[in-house]
Design a protein around this ligand. Structure first.
Ligand code: FAD
Length: 389
C-alpha cells in the first residue's frame, strides 16, 4: 500500500468512514436494491452526524477542513460497501463545499447549516433528457424577471433527485451563445412548478435515487443566483475535475472489496485436490486485478494530490477516471468468476459492485469524454518538449 500524506486525524477519519460503511451502509445495501429505494434520509443524517458531510468545508464554517486526498480516501473505503450510496452522499456534500467556495454570505447562512446536518439533501442538475455529454447544448432556460428568474425545462439523471430538497441548477439565459449564457442557481425542489417527473428504474444503483426533474415557470429569487452567465460553466468544469478523481477512487474501492473477497474464498475452497488459488489460471487472473488496482490507485492519488496542491489536474483526473472506469468492470467480473456460482447471489456484493463499476463509466463525464480530454491535451503533456502530468 502506498504511503499517503494524510495527517493522523485524517487517517482516523478514513478508518471511521470504513466503520460507518460496514455498520450503516453494508447491512442495508441489498434491501435498497431489492426495493429500488433511494438512500434513506436517515443515512444522510447519520453520515452528517459522523462528520462526513463537510469534509472539505473549513472548520470555521462547521466542517472538517481536511485535504482532498482525505476526502478521496473516505469515498474509496465507503464505496467498498456500496458505490451508489457513497455517490448519493457525496453529491449532497459537494453542494456544501461549493456553497463555501462560491456562495454569498446570505446563501451560506440559509443553506450551509442544514446541508452540514443532513437536514436537507442536494444534487447538481446539469444533464438533460436531450443529452449529457454536450452540456453546453442545454435547453433549460432562465428568463430574467423582476427580482429573480423564471426557470423552464427538464433535467435528467439527477442524483438524489427522487427526494432532494435543493438543486444546484444550470440553465441557459441566452439562446445560441452556449457556455457564455449558462448561469447557476440554487433551486428549492419543493417550489411551485417543480415536478419529479420520473425516478429511473435502474437495475442496480437504486440508492442514487436518480430522477428526472421538470421545471415549469419556477421562480428563483436573485438571492439564489450562484454564478452569473458566463461564470457558471467554467466553475462547473473546475469542480468536475475533482468529481472525476472522486469517482475513480470509488471504482477502486469497489475493486478492492471484490478482490479481498475473491482472494479469501479462493484461498479456502478446493477443486481437484488443491486450493483454487493454487490453480495458476485463477491466481494469474487475480494477480492481474491486483496490479490493475495498484495502478488505478496511483492515478487517482496523483490526481488528488495535484488538486490538493491547486495545480493543473484535468489531464490526471481524466486519466484516473478513464483507467478506473474501464478497469473496474473487468476486475469485478474476474473476481466474480473466481467465486463460482455463489458470487452471483445476494450473499456477496459482486453483482451490486458490477453495476457500481459500470455507473463509474457514466457519471461526471463518460469514459469516452475522459479520453477526449486526454486526447486534446496530448501535445501539452506528451509532445516533444511537453511536460508530463
Ligand atoms: C447513476 C447516474 C447518476 C447521475 N447523476 C447526475 C447528476 O447528479 N447530475 C447531472 O447533471 N447528471 C448526472 N448524471 C448524468 C451523467 O452525467 C450523464 O449520463 C453523462 O454525462 C452522459 O450523458 P448521456 O447519458 O446523456 O449520454 P450521451 O451524452 O447521450 O452519450 C451517449 C454515448 O455517446 C458517447 N459520446 C458522446 N459524445 C461523444 C464524443 N464526443 N466522442 C465519443 N463518444 C461520445 C458517450 O460517451 C456515451 O457513450 C448521472 C448519470 C447516472 C447514470
Amino acid at each position: 500500500m502506498i504511503e499517503l500524506s494524510l495527517t493522523e486525524r485524517e487517517q482516523e477519519l478514513v478508518a471511521e468512514a470504513r466503520r460507518f460503511a460496514v455498520a450503516i451502509i453494508e447491512p442495508q445495501a441489498v434491501t435498497w436494491e431489492r426495493t429500488r429505494q433511494p438512500l434513506p434520509r436517515d443515512v444522510f443524517r447519520q453520515y452528517a452526524a459522523s462528520g462526513f458531510s463537510g469534509l472539505q468545508v473549513p472548520v470555521e464554517h462547521g466542517g472538517q477542513g481536511v485535504s482532498f486526498l482525505c476526502k478521496v480516501r473516505v469515498a474509496e473505503v465507503m464505496a467498498r460497501s456500496c458505490l451508489a450510496a457513497t455517490f448519493a452522499l457525496n453529491n449532497s456534500q459537494a453542494t456544501a463545499a461549493r456553497l463555501v467556495r462560491e456562495g454569498t454570505e446570505d446563501q451560506k447562512r440559509r443553506y450551509l447549516p442544514r446541508l452540514l446536518s443532513g437536514a436537507i439533501v442536494s444534487a447538481p442538475a446539469i444533464t438533460e433528457p436531450g443529452g449529457g455529454s454536450d452540456a453546453t447544448a442545454m435547453t433549460t432556460h432562465a428568463t430574467k424577471v423582476d427580482g429573480g428568474w423564471r426557470i423552464d425545462g427538464r433535467k435528467a439523471w439527477i442524483t438524489n433527485g427522487a427526494h432532494a430538497d435543493l438543486a444546484v441548477l444550470y440553465a441557459q439565459t441566452q439562446k445560441g451563445v452556449g457556455a457564455r449564457g449558462i448561469a447557476s442557481f440554487f433551486v428549492d425542489l419543493h417550489a411551485t412548478g417543480v415536478e419529479r417527473s420520473r425516478v429511473y428504474p435502474m437495475m442496480g444503483g437504486a440508492a442514487i435515487g436518480a430522477a428526472e426533474l421538470t421545471f415549469r415557470d419556477v421562480f428563483v429569487p436573485d438571492l439564489d443566483v450562484i454564478a452569473a452567465p458566463g461564470a457558471a460553466f467554467k466553475r462547473a468544469m473546475a469542480g468536475i475535475t475533482a468529481a472525476r478523481t472522486h469517482v475513480a477512487a470509488m471504482a477502486n474501492g469497489v475493486v478492492e472489496e471484490c478482490l479481498s473477497r475473491a482472494v479469501d474464498y479462493a484461498g479456502q475452497r478446493s477443486a481437484f485436490g488443491v486450493k483454487l488459488l493454487d490453480h495458476q489460471g485463477l491466481r494469474w487472473s487475480l494477480a492481474d486485478v491486483a496490479t490493475d488496482l495498484a495502478a488505478s490507485r496511483l492515478l487517482a492519488y496523483h490526481a488528488a494530490e495535484l488538486i490538493h496542491r491547486e495545480e493543473e489536474a484535468i489531464f490526471a483526473a481524466s486519466q484516473a477516471k478513464s483507467f478506473a472506469s474501464q478497469m473496474a468492470p473487468r476486475a469485478v467480473a474476474a473476481c466474480m468468476q473466481a467465486m463460482g456460482a455463489i458470487g452471483l447471489t445476494e450473499d456477496h456484493p459482486f453483482s451490486r459492485h458490477l453495476i457500481g463499476a459500470r455507473i463509474a463509466g457514466y457519471v461526471d463525464g463518460t469514459t469516452e469524454i475522459q479520453r477526449e480530454r486526454i486526447g486534446v491535451l496530448l501535445p501539452k503533456y506528451h509532445g516533444i518538449g511537453g511536460r508530463r502530468s
